[in-house]
Design a protein around this ligand. Structure first.
Ligand code: 13P
Length: 248
């Protein structure tokens, strides 16, 4: 079956020192039933991997280019991430959609770029507060997910993870109620089931948005929540470990 996964998205936080300390602390506590992934800023990926030296913590990048290579100053190619041993990559995080104008089409192109070199994409979906209040949550999720499914195909999803991150819950302290999150996770799974029943059963669906040590267990007890994508609370290794314990 699916198994739990907890991921720490550091966003633009941390240092070489905090990266070393964090990995050393996390790898010291083994986690046989929960996959752990860290998403540090690009410059600290190699540092993290030098300290990790084990399967205890998998590495992920926060973004990638939709292009394979070329004159794209500042961009990072999927093949470069794969080359240094990165396993996962976030695709379509709401902060990329919001501040870098990433459209559903760009997100789909990045998803395909990741899959084409064997990276596992973590596809982020989620509605804004305005969209939720207008009763458009399912419509938004259907469009965001549908575009990637249509453009990349079902086979591209075999190693993918999906993260539901309601934009209004990110960094606000307003966690979605577990029932609210479960409802959308079930909706996402039903969208997958409409394409392929096995894919729907096998795909891990993470919840993200103000996950903390004190609310993680309740969220993770929901039937369709297979772990979390954690921002702020992942920065301190002790908090991240507590959230992983809630998933174990
Ligand atoms: P917070 O946990 O800080 O709300 O961030 C969630 C997120 O965006 C993870 O990708």
């Amino acid at each position: 079956m699916r198994g739990m996964l907890v991921a720490g998205n550091w966003k633009m936080h941390g240092s070489m020192h905090s990266t070393r300390e964090w990995v050393a602390m996390v790898k010291a506590i083994s986690s046989p039933t929960c996959t752990r992934v860290m998403f540090p800023p690009f410059p600290y990926l190699s540092t993290a991997m030098q300290v990790a030296t084990s399967d205890e913590v998998a590495m992920g990048a926060q973004d990638l280019s939709q292009h394979a290579e070329g004159a794209y100053t500042g961009e990072v190619a999927a093949s470069m991430l794969q080359d240094i041993g990165v396993e996962y990559v976030l695709v379509g995080h709401s902060e990329r959609r919001q501040y870098h104008a990433e459209s559903d089409a760009v997100v789909a192109a990045k998803f395909l770029a990741a899959v084409s070199v064997g990276l596992r994409p973590v596809l982020c979906l989620g509605e804004t507060l305005e969209e939720r209040e207008a009763g458009r949550t399912e419509e938004v999720i259907r469009r965001q997910l549908g575009t990637v499914l249509d453009r990349c195909g079902l086979s591209a999803f075999s190693e993918a993870v999906i993260a539901y991150e309601p934009v209004w819950a990110i960094g606000t302290g307003h966690t979605a109620h577990p029932d609210q999150a479960q409802q959308i996770h079930a909706f996402i799974r039903s969208q997958l089931a409409g394409r392929d029943a096995k894919l729907a059963r096998m795909t891990r669906l993470l919840y993200g948005g103000s996950v903390k040590p004190d609310n993680a267990a309740e969220l993770f007890s929901e039937a369709d929540i297979d772990g979390g994508l954690v921002g702020g609370a992942s920065l301190q290794a002790v908090d991240f470990l507590a959230i992983c314990a809630a998933a174990s």
